[in-house]
Design a protein around this ligand. Sequence first.
Ligand SMILES: Nc1ncnc2c1ncn2[C@@H]1O[C@H](COP(=O)(O)OP(=O)(O)OP(=O)(O)O)[C@@H](O)[C@H]1O
Length: 694
Amino acid sequence: MALTPVVFNDDDEPTRVTVPAPGGPVDAESYTVYRPDLGAPVDEPDSAAATVTWADVTSRTRRVPLVPGWVLSADTRRATIRALANDVGYYTAFHALRGPKYGLKLAFYAPRGAYRLVRRALRWASAEEGNWGLRQHAADHNDAYTWQSLNRTRAKESKPRWMLLGAAGTAACAAGTVLELSGAVPPIGWYAAAAAAVTVAAHAGKPADRPITDRVSNTPKFTKLTAEQVRAALVAVKLQGLNDPAQLEFPTPIHRDGPGWLARVNLPLGVEAVKAIEKRAALSSALRLPIDQVWPAPGPEHAGQLDLWVGYQPASKMAKPRWSLLADAAVTSVFREEEFGSDERQRPVKTSGFARSFLIGGQPGSGKSYAARALGQMFALDPTVEFKIAEFKGTGDFLDFEPLCSTYVVGVDDEALRQGAAILSWALAEAERRGKRILAAKQAGHAPEGKVTPELARKRGSGLHPIVIIIDEAHELFAAHKEAADDAERLIKRARALGIIVVLATQIPDKTSLPPNITRCVTNRWCLSVQGQVENDMILGTGMYKRGVTGTVYKPVVDAGWGVMTGGPAPVSVLSQYPTAEQAASIIARAITLRGGARPVGADLPEARDLLADLLSVSGDNGQHWAVAAPALTERWPAAYPAITAEALSDMARALGVPSQSVKISGVNLRGYRRDVVAKFAAERDAHQAPDNQ
Ligand SMILES: Nc1ncnc2c1ncn2[C@@H]1O[C@H](COP(=O)(O)OP(=O)(O)OP(=O)(O)O)[C@@H](O)[C@H]1O
């Protein structure tokens, strides 16, 4: 840190910045202080004037908003008032509980304080302060003349003081008597006056180092983010290219923003804000605040601008904002951005559903099911949405959605898992059918971009209404039915423009439970509390942890519902909406009413197929080529194998252990499967399943 020498004169006034002479200051009464060089104060960004260009003057982005942003939003307004009310309530309760103790202290200190106050008044009136010592000195040196002169001065000063004191005392007594006799002051007023007098007296009587009230907090309470804190913290996290606090500029003064403080900082030239964001944990350590109170984010103007938002309290301790969808008349649309959670500044977090898919990952107790429910509740208020829900925890977390579902599966038994797999293969077939419908709509000029439009989705009989497929504890399904994972991957890729929205929630994001291809295709990944970097990056993508985008900062259960979501313009921290049981019931009741009370009737799900048996049935004596088997399966069971490609079939078979190899059929050598290998796997599986079935 740079140090600036400042010379102070004999009046302790700083004179100038100087290079001190080797032997110290020349003037004997001057001294030099080495001050840490902290750069210009943030409240006076006067250096900006010198660098302002015409573009800056005309660009509206540099304008300071007329009123602070948080005042404009009802959510942040409520959050700020709630934070203040919370503090006031806490202080009141804290001190009210200690009231009797404070009363005893007041009673103990007040007499001593009253004595001190009276003594101080008498001393002042007698004007002895200072004079007595001088008179004593004169007496000690037999200097009668000086003594008399001092005494005259004292008497002269003291006379009006006595008169003033007497008058004030008489006036107070007279006023008290008049007020008492006139009854103008109610008894409570006299009690209040007595309490105030006792408090003043006790204050004067207590030792200087013993406050009457107890300290509310033992740790230094965070009340305000200062430029010095920000500068020191950013230098402490050791960003390459930043080693001097003076290198940091504050384009706007640090100010309140929602329930916290926002410091917008320009990092030194060439230093990227993302480097600071990656060091969120180090920043939390440098500011001595919990990590979920410190939220660095990229600033709006350039890549070197950092928005450091510091909450009044850790996000996990803040009250939750009210959900806009709880309003009686709330209706949503999958084509619009709708609210499903809130961020650390209590601002609503929104997403649309169309052309999106969602992956929610986190350890047990992180709030995955409720996060998926929040998305589901948001979609439920779009009356065109049909639900297909499979939950493999088996506890009925989505039971209340059943009236909105054309298919609802709950359980972890073989049958439930088979039905879950069937939802995915049905959806693939539906995607095929929808592709054709959209082609027809495009030819008729109703789908100019070859996508489902809101009008097409609403049109009765278009067969293009939105379908939301929610699979909770998806790892159970993918572990039991390998082909379901393959279907899910193909569906997510294929369904984007076709109005089929897939929401997967899983607690085990490893390769076998959640194939990486699924993770790669999903548009919105929401990582709730996870144990470490590996799990985090499996959900959010490689390198996310290092970029500071991580769910490891949240604790399971304690921070349930909190997570980081990617898929929007920038990763956001989001707390899922968590309505009470009554509020959730009212959302579902409204959703049913919006659908005219009718339960959606979806097409029947195809029977789940046994891929090994089906491969055998389309195989020749030796085996079959993938390119022949795929269309043969589609022809025989179009609902179960809708337009499956040779590659997809080979992938699905490989997932069951069947290798893809060169097979010679009618003299042609192509990639395919050998019949004896498939038969062997089928026999092994049957033998393995036999004891379970007994
Ligand atoms: N947004 C939220 N706000 C507050 N509490 C929440 C929120 N979401 C979930 N919870 C709480 O966390 C608990 C666990 O949530 P949930 O069942 O969704 O977790 P999970 O990750 O699905 O757990 P598991 O994997 O064990 O099933 C819930 O019972 C609820 O009390």
